[in-house]
Design a protein. Sequence first.
Length: 90
Amino acid sequence: MTRFLSTQGDYSLLQCLKPCSRQSFYEARPYIEQGVPHVDPQTMEVPSKHVPRCPRCGGPMFFCVRGGEWFIESAFDDQRHRYHDFVRRA
């Protein structure tokens, strides 16, 4: 069980930048593993066809971290509820 609250987000998740849904966040690892073989060793760039796209809407994705109004806080609802329960019991 997670014993912390990630109020600013988590780089282990990607999310839709639109966002198209409160549930459009995903584990980042599979997307990163798919992209790594396509990184150009000279420029360190990934061709656009290998940049992660949202499975729901096809839009661009980014790490699920607080950086704009697109941040999906619902990705951390379980953590937030556990934290508030802990505070109530303390």
